[in-house]
Design a protein around this ligand. Structure first.
Ligand SMILES: Cc1cc2nc3c(=O)[nH]c(=O)nc-3n(C[C@H](O)[C@H](O)[C@H](O)COP(=O)(O)OP(=O)(O)OC[C@H]3O[C@@H](n4cnc5c(N)ncnc54)[C@H](O)[C@@H]3O)c2cc1C
Length: 93
């Protein structure tokens, strides 16, 4: 098979880009997504009020952390340089 475009990452931007590109039915687009597919009955994705559940959950979040930061630690009133969670989605958008 051949593709006109290969999009790495099927999150928000990748999915929107794929949708726009395939409005021309002759354009072939491959989307590669490393996370799991979305599901219509998954409340943690579809209910904004459930935001606290997916963040920090490896099923939904790549669990990245920032590098150690003195300025962030100072803002959080922590004496030593500290890391903070840097949530990144892990599912099709
Ligand atoms: C748990 C959580 C909940 C959120 N809830 C909300 C909300 O309620 N409202 C809101 O406005 N924003 C929310 N956000 C923020 C929103 O998800 C992001 O701002 C938005 O998705 C960023 O879009 P993006 O296309 O830049 O990246 P993403 O949507 O993160 O897309 C990047 C995609 O690339 C994939 N990927 C990464 N590496 C590879 C690889 N090597 N190969 C293939 N695929 C790869 C990832 O799995 C991911 O799906 C939430 C974020 C998280 C983490």
């Amino acid at each position: 098979m051949t593709w006109d475009y290969v999009i790495v990452g099927g999150g928000s931007a990748g999915s929107a880009l794929a949708a726009r590109l395939t409005e021309d039915a002759s354009t072939r687009v491959l989307v590669l997504e490393a996370g799991r597919p979305d599901h219509i009955w998954d409340p943690f994705i579809h209910m904004p009020a459930a935001l606290a559940f997916p963040i920090g959950n490896p099923r939904y979040d790549w669990m990245y952390e920032s590098s150690r930061s003195r300025s962030w630690a100072a803002a959080a009133s922590i004496t030593r340089a500290a890391r903070c969670s840097a949530g990144r989605a892990r599912s099709t958008g």
